[in-house]
Design a binder for this molecule. Structure first.
Ligand SMILES: Nc1ncnc2c1ncn2[C@@H]1O[C@H](COP(=O)(O)OP(=O)(O)O)[C@@H](O)[C@H]1O
Ligand SMILES: [Mg+2]
Length: 266
């Protein structure tokens, strides 16, 4: 079934494009893209995930084999392939994916000489937006041109922060980049929310990070906190989001709670 045959949710809210960004690697961006999308799908929302990281972890997280793909988001970005042709089904109800492959790694350099290079992603996804309740863009771990494209295309940003040493390190730089894009390219850009990930209740460190992040970001921080869980990290090797692979796992329940908060926020 093509994505156009799947209805949006009945609560007719405006569709939203949300970039999932933290320039640090390994903080849970891709895990959040896959699982928040799957959880929203369980709540009957129609979701598109655009994998915008050349590593393609989100693509494999949905069990899609990158080696077998003929085209990916790169071809829409720089080869004029209509993005509609790249939208794939996933194992999750009402969740669709525009995949990424290592080919996207070349885009960072190729974009430099392209006209309106910061606006490419916005221009190609604008026509898709209204078909979905939520569009998530999973960003690469950098503040380069791909990320600037994501921020220019997005209405808002979801920032995952790992409950680890130096959790807030780099956050100032991240907020500066967002401000720069807001001032020059996308004046509507907002912070959608801040998500604490890989929380370990047994460590005082985790609890300190929670306090520190809540002090810094206040109400922007989601009540849902994603715990560290082996099931979360092993789900991708089964090609499934943890909310499908182990629905009763504590990580799955946290992502379901996050989805409810996201729906409440708009
Ligand atoms: N809540 C969690 N519990 C355990 N492992 C996790 C959790 N969230 C993410 N991971 C693991 O941590 C690693 C980095 O996560 P990932 O989502 O790929 O980060 P990013 O996209 O920010 O680089 C992956 O191996 C992932 O499976
Ligand atoms: Mg990632």
């Amino acid at each position: 079934m093509g994505y156009k045959d799947v209805p949006r949710s009945k609560a007719k809210k405006e569709s939203q494009i949300i970039a999932i960004l933290n320039q640090k690697g390994g903080v849970g961006k891709s895990t959040t893209a896959v699982n928040l999308a799957a959880a929203l799908g369980e709540y009957n929302k129609k979701v598109l995930v655009v994998d915008f990281d050349p590593q393609g972890n989100t693509t494999s997280g949905f069990g899609i084999e990158k080696e077998g793909l003929e085209a990916c988001v790169y071809d829409a970005l720089l080869r004029s392939v209509p993005i509609e042709n790249l939208v794939m089904e996933t194992p999750c109800k009402k969740v669709f994916l525009v995949p990424s492959t290592i080919q996207l790694a070349g885009a960072e350099v190729e974009l430099v000489s392209v006209m309106a290079r910061e606006m490419r992603l916005r221009d190609i996804i604008v026509g898709l937006k209204d078909d979905f309740d939520y569009v998530f863009i999973d960003c690469p771990p950098s503040l380069g041109l791909l990320t600037v494209n994501a921020l220019t295309a997005a209405d808002s940003v979801l920032i995952p922060i790992q409950c680890e040493y130096y959790a807030l390190e780099g956050v100032t730089k991240l907020l500066e980049s967002m401000k720069m894009v807001k001032d020059r390219l996308n004046r509507h850009l907002e912070t959608f929310g801040v998500l604490l990930t890989m929380y370990d209740s047994r460590t005082t460190l985790s609890n300190q990070v929670v306090d520190e992040v809540r002090n810094y970001f206040g109400k922007k921080v989601f009540q849902a906190v994603i715990p560290r869980s082996v099931k979360v990290s092993e789900a991708p090797s089964f090609g499934l989001p943890v909310v499908k692979y182990a629905p009763n796992n504590k990580g799955s329940r946290a992502y379901m709670q996050l989805a409810r908060e996201v729906i409440r926020r708009g």
